[in-house]
Design a binder for this molecule. Structure first.
Ligand SMILES: NC(=O)c1ccc[n+]([C@@H]2O[C@H](COP(=O)([O-])OP(=O)(O)OC[C@H]3O[C@@H](n4cnc5c(N)ncnc54)[C@H](O)[C@@H]3O)[C@@H](O)[C@H]2O)c1
Length: 426
């Protein structure tokens, strides 16, 4: 008889781990969520959501049904048949992969693994992480052998917070095992909760798949960002061009330019491959070039702001500027790596007095890179600024009537529909 998983643990209850936990719980699997952050654990156990795009009811429904519970105690993972690791994989201060969250998690879990348990890694990482680094730590700490005493697999997360046309359940899941049996078990596990499982031959192939997806986005976004600058110089609206090109029924996929890359994935993940490729004496020129173009976009936007203010007879120094949108993308509360921070800091460094509006981020949370901004609060949208700069295309800005505004508006996303007389794209 084929294996059936009745109790699993999801480790790391953030943007990836929480939705995944809920999906397994809705499918009838009992989920023990594990996180270092007691605030998240308490919130779950009392049926409260901490992610804006998930309701408290969606959590309390599973908690009250006895299918979802959270803990900070790693010893309790001895109760489960599978462990899904969803912890962060950032870059360190030298922009090199920081696997410390994954490896620290493995160290804390290893002594508590039960024989026969399946461990899958979901965090985005370079090929070899699961089979080499993660396996080593789990084997050393448990005294068991992967593929023999416990099972090991990699399955990348494709969560896209805020997306309404696809869900954790419907997005196909790529799965690769350390051994064929590990892969079979992982396929069975995910098949219990998700609609489509795509099996690949190894953990490495699954890790490389995730990186390809994110590198593809980074490179294509860089391409349209570059074209935006070139076409603007020629007096051509890049958004009109992209919409026209998108009518081609084959061989073209539209990407939209913006003020720079944001979020926890696209600005970071490609460099995991860049780093690993060096070990093989290979260079990732596309990745580096895309990174260069994308990180230069905030400078281009600021130059545009300087020009627009100058046309009004004003300097940046002393001007009051309102930034619309702090989240890194539309309709989410996630502002990690958001280009809005870079815009804000750049304008402040030139002497501007900068406020922001974002109903999804009413207060700037603690961040490592922008600690001095934490606690700053969102303000109302009013026609009292020297300039308004739209950075994030939240739907509410699309609906907002700016047509009577006197101050100039610079729109980096082709978002505003009811435009004021002094409207500029950047
Ligand atoms: N956010 C996304 O949209 C997205 C999409 C696809 C893939 N990913 C990848 O998924 C992974 C997780 O990303 P995320 O956005 O969910 O991160 P997150 O920061 O939202 O959540 C990570 C959670 O892990 C917890 N944690 C850290 N160390 C731990 C430990 N040792 N034990 C238990 N809990 C621990 C943190 O407290 C936090 O709650 C990353 O590798 C990311 O690249 C993210």
């Amino acid at each position: 008889m084929s294996k059936h998983f009745s109790k699993i643990s999801v480790v790391g209850l953030g943007y990836v781990g929480l939705p995944l936990s809920l999906q397994f719980a809705r499918s009838g699997v009992s989920v023990l969520g594990l996180d270092l952050d007691p605030a998240k654990v308490d919130a779950i156990n009392s049926g409260q959501s901490y992610l804006k795009h998930y309701s408290s009811e969606s959590i309390s429904e599973q908690v009250n049904a006895g299918r979802f519970e959270a803990t900070t105690d790693p010893v309790r993972i001895s109760e489960v048949e599978a462990i899904l690791i969803c912890v962060p994989t950032p870059l360190d201060e030298h922009r090199e992969p920081d696997l410390s969250f994954v490896l620290d998690t493995a160290k804390s879990l290893a002594p508590c693994l039960s024989p026969g348990v399946l461990v899958t890694l979901e965090s985005t990482t370079y090929p070899g992480t699961t089979e080499d680094e993660l396996r080593q730590v789990l084997e050393d700490g448990s005294g068991m052998k992967a593929g023999v005493d416990f099972h090991l697999a990699y399955s990348p997360e494709r969560e896209d917070p805020g997306r309404e046309d696809a869900s954790v359940k419907t997005i196909p899941k790529v799965v690769g095992g350390f051994t064929p049996n590990c892969g079979n078990l992982a396929q069975t596990l995910y098949g219990q909760a998700l609609d489509n499982i795509h099996r690949v031959s190894s953990c490495r192939a699954a890790e490389a798949t995730k990186l390809l997806e994110n590198i593809f986005r980074s490179v294509n976004i860089a391409l349209v960002n570059e074209l935006k600058v070139v076409y603007e110089a020629m007096g051509i609206d890049v958004h009109e061009v992209i919409s026209a090109a998108a009518t081609k029924p084959f061989g073209f996929m539209p990407f939209r330019p913006g003020p720079g890359l944001g979020g926890h994935c696209i600005p970071i993940d490609p460099f995991y491959l860049t780093w690993k490729a060096r070990e093989f004496g290979k260079h990732t020129r596309f990745i580096e070039l895309a990174g260069e173009i994308n990180t230069a976009m905030p400078d281009y936007v600021v130059a545009k702001v300087v020009d627009v203010l100058n046309d009004q007879g004003k300097a940046v120094n002393g001007s009051k500027i309102l930034i619309l949108g702090l989240a890194y993308k539309a309709n989410v509360d996630d502002c990690r790596e958001s280009p809005s921070f870079v815009l804000m800091e750049n304008l402040v460094s030139k002497g501007a007095r900068v406020e922001y509006n974002d109903s999804y981020v009413p207060v700037i949370p603690e961040t490592r890179e922008h600690a001095h901004l934490s606690g700053k609060q969102s303000v109302l949208i009013e026609d009292k600024y020297d300039l308004i700069l739209l950075s994030t295309d939240h739907t509410e800005y699309r609906r907002f009537d700016f047509s009577n505004f006197n101050c100039p508006i610079v729109d980096t996303r082709d978002c505003i529909i009811q435009r004021p007389a002094k409207y500029f794209q950047a």
